[in-house]
Design a binder for this molecule. Structure first.
Ligand SMILES: Cc1cc2nc3c(=O)[nH]c(=O)nc-3n(C[C@H](O)[C@H](O)[C@H](O)COP(=O)(O)OP(=O)(O)OC[C@H]3O[C@@H](n4cnc5c(N)ncnc54)[C@H](O)[C@@H]3O)c2cc1C
Ligand code: FES
Length: 317
């Protein structure tokens, strides 16, 4: 198959982040570290995995809205992920991620008993949780993983939760039972109509607002266009809206500037000033542009991962 060597050559020639590292299951050599052992693994939705990871120090301090930066192995890139759950005995956390590129694919190959090289956190400012009254929570795609701990926190503080959750299709929805249990109303929207409203989460929110529903606060998490559209709508209704941003992050401690966002005309670093911000003040267009900064390198890494898989399959034939 001549395409593989030429593809590999091009990828190895890249100065980018993961160029040259083959996608592979962790070697036993690296698995000797048991610090961040994977306790359990569950498929939550198509391509979405939940890993429970032993990390007692992180678990003891984590609050809703915070995140960790993980590395699969010593050569790995740093991947920011929301702390979706803190397990009751405070010895482990759950991360929920979509295998979108090289590192998340590598992470999805971990099995219980394997371990992550690093789990750094909890990072970021915890979500400011108050008793507002009726809180409408709008989440799309992986935004459901971001919003789940926040909804749990707002519900615990005595707020009534109205959840509006969306995905491309019903196979991409997750945490439904848990969120139903925390909410007085749960609305679903799918792009293909396979579950709930056929359309966008913002259609559902608009419909509810036009019916005269009153909300005291809104949380919106998910893809940038979704958060931007939600904020346009809530601004028209003078409904304060909190968004959780996921810009490119590297160190996660305010040193590198990679996660720079503009909020209310001021420069903020999402890793230390956020990731939650007042959605009515965020410059979403700038954020979208900055998130594409490494698109070419990411595409090369995805090609690398596919080439590695093909090579491995060929070797196993
Ligand atoms: C605070 C925060 C919390 C996050 N929580 C979750 C979560 O709970 N679940 C989840 O699936 N994803 C989450 N993400 C996004 C996740 O970090 C990226 O999907 C992941 O880094 C992709 O890496 P990759 O190598 O697999 O893919 P790549 O091919 O490298 O990238 C795929 C896409 O992921 C984004 N991305 C890549 N590198 C980074 C980086 N260093 N920082 C931020 N985004 C990046 C880019 O938009 C990119 O286009 C979060 C991001 C942030 C900043
Ligand atoms: S990730 Fe480096 S400053 Fe925020």
């Amino acid at each position: 198959m001549p395409v593989i060597p030429s593809l590999r050559f091009r990828i190895h020639a890249l100065p980018g982040k993961m160029a040259g590292y083959p996608l592979r299951r962790r070697s036993t050599e690296l698995e000797v570290s048991r610090r961040f052992r994977v306790v359990s693994k569950r498929a939550m939705a198509t391509g979405v995995t939940r890993l429970e990871v032993e990390a007692p120090r992180v678990a003891r301090k984590a609050k809703p809205g915070q995140f960790v930066i993980v590395r699969v192995d010593e050569e790995g890139e740093r991947v920011p992920l929301t702390i979706a759950e803190t397990l009751v005995d405070n010895s482990s956390i759950a991360i929920v991620f979509q295998a979108v590129g090289y590192s998340t694919q590598q992470m999805a190959m971990l099995e219980p008993g394997d371990s992550l090289a690093d789990v750094l956190g909890p990072l970021g400012r915890p979500t400011e949780i108050h008793r507002y009254g009726r809180v409408v929570c709008v989440a799309g795609g992986l935004g459901i993983a971001f919003v789940y701990p926040e909804i749990a926190g707002f519900a615990q503080a005595g707020n009534e939760i109205i959840a509006i959750l969306g995905a491309r299709n019903k196979h991409l929805l997750f945490y439904m039972d848990e969120l139903r249990a925390l909410s007085s109303e749960l609305h679903i929207a799918t792009d293909d109509g396979s579950a709930g409203h056929h359309g966008l989460v913002t259609d559902v929110l608009r419909g509810l607002l036009e019916q005269g529903e009153h909300y005291d606060y809104c949380i919106a998490t998910g893809p940038i266009p979704m958060m931007k559209a939600t904020c346009q709508l809530t601004r028209e209704h003078s409904l304060s809206t909190l968004v959780s941003l996921d810009p490119i992050m590297v160190d996660g401690t305010g040193m590198c500037g990679a996660c720079r966002v503009t909020v209310g005309g001021e420069v903020k670093f999402a890793c230390v000033d956020g990731p939650d911000f007042d959605g009515h003040l965020v410059d979403f267009d700038e954020l979208a542009k900055r998130k594409k900064a490494f698109a070419e390198e990411e595409e090369y890494c995805r090609l690398q991962a596919s080439a590695d898989k093909l090579e491995e399959e060929r070797r196993n034939e």
